[in-house]
Design a binder for this molecule. Structure first.
Ligand code: ADP
Length: 292
């Protein structure tokens, strides 16, 4: 497949109230879209998944949460999505204490993509992608049009009538992304969406996602345990360590806007990978799993 994730889908501002959406610059780069202040999460079994996390996500950023398994990346993303509540500290979305509930809240729509594509096997691709719009009771004609555009955007325009079983793993993940894009998200949360895919497919989807982010002015928070994927995709990498889960570094990636194969083998890319690797190694040095 080629030219995936590209189409003439209008920018979110086209459907948002004047002044509410638009480019990151128009919304004000300095006001955090998402803010976590001294956030902690202790599960009922006593596991301290997150300790004193302080983090701001500004409009238009592509932020990766990078760290080994068990360092609380998914927990933090679930807090960002409002799927879990913090045990201490607080979160703010778009400057307020509560997550806007409805899809289509102008300029304040959040969508999440999970590790699995989580498609309904009995439903066609278009029906799968339309699910959140149906749940939001969006008029059918408008929903169909949004789904048509979202599927074109992920390169699946010709597969609207297919069933999930007819698609490869990478294509199923594209449907999952289209389902999120159909909501016109201002904030896209992604939990290791390409972790189960082969490296070639993963690199392709990373490239397409990066192009989509640039083209649509999205704000993305992306969970990964791959240093390479984090550096390739991100404008900023938040490095985390485990036991307890915490933030140990925050590295801006000043790579080129267009991230192509040349960037993957550039000295700057290697340098960022080495820097992040050193941070992760440092955080785990002296860690004795038997002592915890
Ligand atoms: P990551 O995404 O970095 O792998 P998670 O956020 O999934 O980390 O998990 C962080 C820690 O919290 C781990 O020790 C994990 O076992 C624990 N954990 C996650 N979810 C739950 C839960 N629902 N109940 C108890 N412990 C949990």
């Amino acid at each position: 497949m080629s030219a995936l994730f590209r189409s003439a889908m209008p920018a979110p501002a086209a459907t948002a109230a004047p002044g509410a959406g638009g480019s990151p610059a128009a919304r004000g780069q300095d006001e955090p879209l998402l803010f976590a202040n001294q956030v902690e999460k202790t599960y009922a079994n006593g596991t301290v998944a997150l300790e004193r996390v302080k983090l701001s996500i500004r409009p238009g950023e592509f932020v990766s949460l990078l760290g080994p398994s068990g360092c609380g990346k998914s927990t933090l993303l679930k807090l960002f999505a409002g799927l879990e509540a913090p045990s201490a500290g607080h979160l703010r979305w778009w400057g307020g204490p509560a997550l806007p509930a409805a899809i289509g809240t102008p300029g304040r729509t959040l969508a999440m993509v999970f590790q699995e594509a989580t498609l309904m096997p009995w439903a066609r691709v278009a029906d799968n992608a339309r699910l959140p719009l149906d749940l939001a009771r969006m008029p059918r004609a408008e929903a169909d049009e949004r789904v048509r555009r979202a599927l074109a955007l992920v390169g699946l325009g010709r597969f609207a009538a297919a069933y999930p079983r007819e698609l490869s793993g990478g294509m199923q993940m594209r449907v999952s992304i289209a389902r999120a894009l159909a909501t016109n998200p201002d904030l896209l949360l992604m939990d290791e969406p390409f972790g189960a895919l082969d490296e070639f497919t993963r690199n392709k989807l990373d490239a397409d996602l990066r192009a989509l982010w640039a083209e649509r002015g999205l704000t993305v928070v992306f969970v990964t345990h791959s240093i390479y994927e984090a550096v390739y995709l991100s404008s900023r990498v938040v490095v985390m360590a485990a036991r307890p889960g915490r933030v140990i570094g925050d590295v801006a990636i000043a790579g080129p806007d267009v991230r192509d194969e040349a960037f993957r083998v550039s000295p700057a890319f290697m340098q960022y990978c080495a820097q992040l690797s050193a941070l992760l190694t440092q955080a785990n040095t002296g860690f004795d799993p038997d002592a915890h």
